[in-house]
Ligand binder design. Structure first.
Ligand SMILES: [Zn+2]
Length: 484
């Protein structure tokens, strides 16, 4: 083992669908996450962080492999040839723990690789899951689930129970361990209090070197926060039918033309209340970290993508690639280095996470990793990078697709001032000048031909090389060196 990393700990926190502009630390008017904001006062806040995938599968593929989603065999399932950084940590005898409850991140999609302990809070519900479930326990669970989930009968029954939302909220908050019992039968996955309890247990029992990843799903739709968090931002809780109506708007293609500005504001209240719900649990975790892990510990907090609130006619985060989905928060705090808050305005992206963690453990960064190491920024080193970011996924009819044979390409390429989008399904292109039009409303493809041609060149270069794996490093160099 490398002696240099033997007593280090990395705690990696990802919060699904968390928009930076819904945090007070990024200028939001509501104090949604006071404990998070307080914790990062001694860390580094990155104000221009972007995802490389606008939804979970493409985003996490980039985050864990440090390679853009389309490259090296695609992104979902995560190809086995795509090395992910927990594998490198494990090879170097660093303990690796992961806990999540997003089916897209389950072992079924190869996210369990490299983890000594991997707690799959929500298994993928594909038919193949039954084939994979070889243990007697899992086989029985699968069969029972098949019976009670027959044509969603089970869901229909439980959702028709009066006050089901309130009962569920109460259970989530008060008895998180019940999720373990109910998990095989219900959609009640790991929630924030449960994850934090579990993580603290693991931290108490295990020693450095250690990498611990936890992923929170509470902020992800359907937003169904306990009433007490809604009451922080509203005088009265929503009724069950109000909640039901609002939640139904989020599903792809569900939003009606009759959606009103008040509906949008109400949805934001529910979303903000979910952020507060997670923040309440983070308070417990942060106090444990401050008390017990006050040195040689790096805490990284980010999200996989944002969330839309009808800025471009949709909610949620599918089938779109506008900035409400691409901008994400990023905080890094090095425990024991209690400096004042540092703000980094450089463009950074999710492919930079893996190199940063490897570097903190003094491990070599593989040559084909496309991201850069952000660790020196924490110590005042200026970042040298040209502003070019690629975000990409496959989609069809506004729904995420996992592979090129299932869906169409949706790509965004951006520099500091310009953003280019190509939507293969609709055959349309967009060009926005972000300096004058940060909300991406005015398509300039017919006005700024020169910029358009530059972006087309980059796009063609990026796509043309996908099939030529042996030239991958050349793509990386070229993308890094392109200057427009
Ligand atoms: Zn996600």
């Amino acid at each position: 083992m490398n002696q240099a990393h033997e007593d280090k700990i990395v705690i990696f926190i990802t919060i699904d669908a968390l928009r930076p502009d819904h945090l007070n630390s990024y200028g939001y008017h509501r104090n949604t996450a006071p404990h998070l904001d307080n914790f990062i006062r001694h860390g580094t806040k990155f104000t221009n962080t972007f995802t490389n995938g606008p939804e979970t599968p493409s985003s996490f593929s980039a985050m864990f492999s440090s390679i853009l989603p389309y490259l090296s065999g695609g992104y979902s399932p995560l190809p086995l040839e795509k090395l992910i950084f927990p594998q490198i940590l494990q090879e170097n005898k660093i303990h690796t723990f992961g806990i999540h409850s997003n089916p897209n991140l389950s072992n079924y999609f190869n996210y369990g690789r490299g983890f000594e302990i991997f707690l799959d809070g929500e298994r993928f519900k594909g038919r193949e899951t039954v084939k994979k479930a070889v243990s007697i326990k899992n086989t029985i669970y699968s069969l029972v689930r098949k019976v009670i989930n027959y044509k969603n009968l089970f869901y229909s029954i439980i959702f028709s129970i009066p006050f089901f939302n309130k009962v569920k909220s109460f259970i989530r908050n008060k008895v998180p361990k019940i999720t373990d019992l109910l998990l095989p039968f219900t959609p009640m996955a790991y929630n924030a209090p449960y994850i934090v309890n579990k993580v603290i247990d693991l931290l108490k029992k295990n020693k450095a070197p250690l990498f611990l990843w936890m992923h929170f799903m509470d902020v992800h739709s359907p937003y169904n926060p306990p009433a007490k968090f809604v009451l922080r931002f509203r005088k009265k809780d929503f009724t069950l039918s109000e909640r039901k109506f609002l939640i139904e708007q989020i599903y792809p293609n569900n939003a009606q033309d009759s959606i009103t500005p008040k509906n949008i504001e109400d949805l934001k209240v529910l979303y903000d209340a979910e952020i507060s719900f997670v923040d309440d649990s983070l308070k417990v975790l942060f106090s444990f970290i401050k008390k017990n892990l006050n040195q040689k510990c790096l805490v990284i907090i980010t999200s996989d993508h944002g969330e839309a609130f009808y800025e471009h006619g949709m909610f949620g985060h599918q089938g779109s690639i506008y900035d409400e989905l691409l901008k994400i928060p990023l905080f890094i705090r090095e425990m024991g280095e209690d400096k004042n808050l540092k703000i980094c305005k450089n463009f950074v992206q999710l492919i930079d996470i893996a190199p940063t963690i490897l570097n903190y453990f003094n491990l070599d960064i593989p040559e084909d990793f496309q991201g850069i190491n952000l660790y020196p920024i924490l110590h005042g080193v200026e970042l040298e990078r040209k502003g070019l970011l690629i975000t990409e996924c496959y989609q069809k009819g506004g729904i995420l697709k996992r592979n090129n044979f299932e869906g169409f390409k949706l790509i965004s390429i951006r520099t500091h001032d310009w953003k280019y989008i190509i939507d293969e399904e609709k055959g349309s292109e967009f060009l926005f000048n972000l300096e004058n039009d940060p909300v991406e409303k005015y398509n300039l493809i017919d006005v700024n031909r020169e910029e358009l041609l530059n972006f087309r060149l980059i796009k063609d270069y990026h796509l043309q090389k996908i099939s030529e794996k042996d030239e991958k490093s050349r793509i990386v160099d070229t993308i890094k060196n392109l200057n427009i």
